[in-house]
Design a protein around this ligand. Structure first.
Ligand SMILES: [Zn+2]
Length: 181
């Protein structure tokens, strides 16, 4: 045993050194999302004011899988992160919507029930965190007496774009108060 132990240690050390540069490792998804320091995407709303509605039940046995951020109609909707506009779209449930990505295009940020979108916004356009995108509304299936931003974070499916993603609860990552830049 005494003879084999140093050899085993050497093997273990060798295995560690392969494929891992000391002090550098790829960020996990959680580490990456924390490093983005996402902004609460509604002007004047802080993280303390958010309610976790991610797991709330919705029609048809579905879970919500997004956050509803309540605000007066017309309140400014801001980009949660730097990145790109992927898609400007209208749909029955979400109403007026926007799909954006982070700078690495690994994650999708979906904004729904918008009242108005900023004039001149274009697909492919680069945006900065805190940039004005739209205003809060009740478009789609949002109750007319409860304007809010429906905000969803998704991991983009590999090889896919705005239409395919796996939802992730954004609540732990929304750390900065909504403040238009
Ligand atoms: Zn919602």
């Amino acid at each position: 045993m005494k003879r084999t132990l140093p050899f085993a240690l050497l093997l273990a050390f060798g295995a560690c050194a392969i494929g891992a540069t000391p002090g550098v490792h790829p960020l996990t998804e959680d580490e990456y999302l924390r490093s983005r320091e996402l902004m609460v995407p509604v002007q004047g709303v802080s993280r303390r004011q958010l309610r976790d509605t991610y797991s709330a039940p919705r029609g048809g046995g579905r879970a919500h899988l997004a956050l509803d951020i309540m605000a007066k109609k017309g309140t400014r909707v801001l980009a949660a992160d730097d990145g790109y506009v992927l898609r400007i779209d209208d749909n029955e449930l979400g109403g007026r919507t926007l799909y954006l990505s982070d700078p690495s295009r690994r994650f999708i940020y979906y904004y729904a029930h918008l009242d108005k979108r900023v004039y001149g916004l274009e697909e492919g356009q680069r945006v900065k965190r805190g940039q004005l995108l739209a205003t809060v509304g009740t478009s789609g299936n949002a109750p007319k007496d409860a304007p809010h931003l429906h905000f969803q974070l998704m991991r983009m499916a590999s090889g896919k774009q705005w239409w395919a993603g796996t939802p992730i609860n954004p609540l732990p990552y929304l750390v900065t108060k909504g403040d238009e830049r």
